[in-house]
Design a binder for this molecule. Structure first.
Ligand SMILES: CCCCCCCCCCCCCCCCCCCC(=O)SCCNC(=O)CCNC(=O)[C@H](O)C(C)(C)COP(=O)(O)OP(=O)(O)OC[C@H]1O[C@@H](n2cnc3c(N)ncnc32)[C@H](O)[C@@H]1OP(=O)(O)O
Length: 359
């Protein structure tokens, strides 16, 4: 039986001969009459993107398998990955926090009616995710009010929670009260190099030491499903204390299309955790990180946006101490609309680094 909430079917009935367990779903269909987002033909604002290259974030990473009502697994996305395990995993070998948050929001979104939208989420990462096994997502329907619905999701591995995530959804409501900060003035995406192009440039520097060549080459080889264009990237080889702020343009790699706003929020959850926590480390070049992990992650979704179009990620860290650092971020649309606000605290264990230059 397809999961439903408020009578709307969110998931297709498994086709004949397949049990619910094996019928994975294209996530967050708008309604049974609409094509699922992964089959969208690119209606709405035309994208200059190659619309045949659907983002792997949608076709796989965030495409959960429904095991039962309010119970999902990402095992399907495992089978589709390049290496047979989870999609891209940071070198820390813990599951990427953004993946777990994005998948938890997918599971929550499957349990609410189609005409309400994610407006906030708050998560704690309570155990490191194991990249060798799938994740189960258990949804608890806390409350369905007239205007707001609240869900609690537990991401589970080896019988224990690795993440607890509360999310809230709201019906569209108009209000005369509206304001936002002004978007920072920065170069536009087409004036900037991608992270890959920047790394290639650094690697061509004959003075770069072997150690940093190896690190940058490893970073270049990672198949992160996110495109990034850093703004004023630090001269990578300079060992100087930087301000705890960074700006970069960011978008999902590949095409998603107008699709479904809930889906774009799930993709933004994935994107928002990449290169976010490191903002708190920028002033502390003289230390080497022995262990680093996100402790929590919060997001507030303010206005519709497209996660497969360039958005400015304005990141800053107002405080660090007691082995923790706080980072805050704002995702801006290119038209100046503030789309998403994020906040996260992380844990850092560091040691003094050898005072060698990167040159
Ligand atoms: C532009 C041009 C190119 C320039 C290059 C620039 C690079 C730019 C791009 C690079 C960006 C790359 C970004 C990659 C993405 C990174 C992702 C980071 C965020 C994440 O996704 S982390 C994953 C999500 N979070 C988690 O999984 C955390 C889950 N929670 C936990 O694991 C536990 O709750 C936690 C937080 C560890 C607390 O548990 P607790 O048991 O209390 O932990 P302990 O304090 O006991 O310690 C655990 C662990 O930490 C180590 N440890 C402890 N104390 C120390 C110490 N004093 N010194 C060193 N290490 C310590 C130790 O390993 C402990 O584990 P043990 O099992 O060994 O005890």
């Amino acid at each position: 039986m397809a999961a439903s909430s408020g009578g709307k079917k969110l998931l297709p009935e498994p086709s004949k001969g397949t049990s619910a367990a094996s019928a994975h779903s294209s996530i967050l269909r708008k309604s049974s009459s609409e094509k699922p987002v992964t089959e969208a033909t690119g209606s709405g604002s035309k994208s200059s993107r190659n619309e045949d290259l659907h983002s792997v974030l949608v076709t796989s990473v965030l495409n959960l398998e429904r095991l039962d009502l309010d119970l999902y697994s990402n095992e399907h996305s495992n089978r589709c990955t390049f290496t047979g395990t989870h999609h891209w995993v940071p070198r820390s070998r813990m599951l990427f926090g953004g993946q777990i948050v994005g998948q938890a929001l997918v599971a929550a979104a499957m349990s609410v009616s189609e005409n309400i939208y994610a407006h906030s989420l708050h998560c704690y990462f309570v155990r490191a995710g194991d990249p060798k096994v799938p994740v189960l997502y258990q949804v608890d329907r806390i409350r369905d009010g007239k205007s707001f619905s609240v869900r609690s999701v537990k991401a589970i591995q080896h019988g224990n929670p690795i993440l607890i995530c509360q999310s809230s959804f709201q019906r569209k409501m108009e209000s005369p009260i509206h304001h936002q900060f002004t978007m920072p003035v920065v170069p536009s995406p087409n004036e900037l190099l991608t992270q890959e192009e920047l790394i290639q440039k650094y690697l061509r520097d004959p003075a770069l030491t072997e150690k940093y060549k190896v690190g940058l080459t490893k970073l270049l080889a990672e198949e992160v499903p996110i495109e990034i264009k850093p703004i004023n990237p630090p001269e990578y080889y300079r060992r100087v204390a930087l301000e705890s702020k960074q700006h970069f343009w960011v978008r999902a790699r590949g095409y998603i299309g107008e699709g479904n706003m809930k889906l774009h929020c799930c993709v933004a959850a994935y994107i928002s955790d990449y290169s976010f926590l490191r903002t708190a480390l920028l002033p502390h070049f003289q230390y080497k990180v022995k262990f680093m992990a996100s402790l929590d992650h919060s997001m507030w979704f303010h206005a519709p946006f497209r996660s497969d179009e360039w958005m400015l990620y304005e990141c800053e860290s107002p405080w660090a101490g007691s082995c923790r650092g706080l980072v805050q971020g704002r995702l801006w649309k290119q038209d100046g609309v503030l789309a998403v606000s994020c906040a996260q605290e992380g844990v850092f264990y560091v040691k003094p680094s050898a005072a060698e230059s990167k040159l």
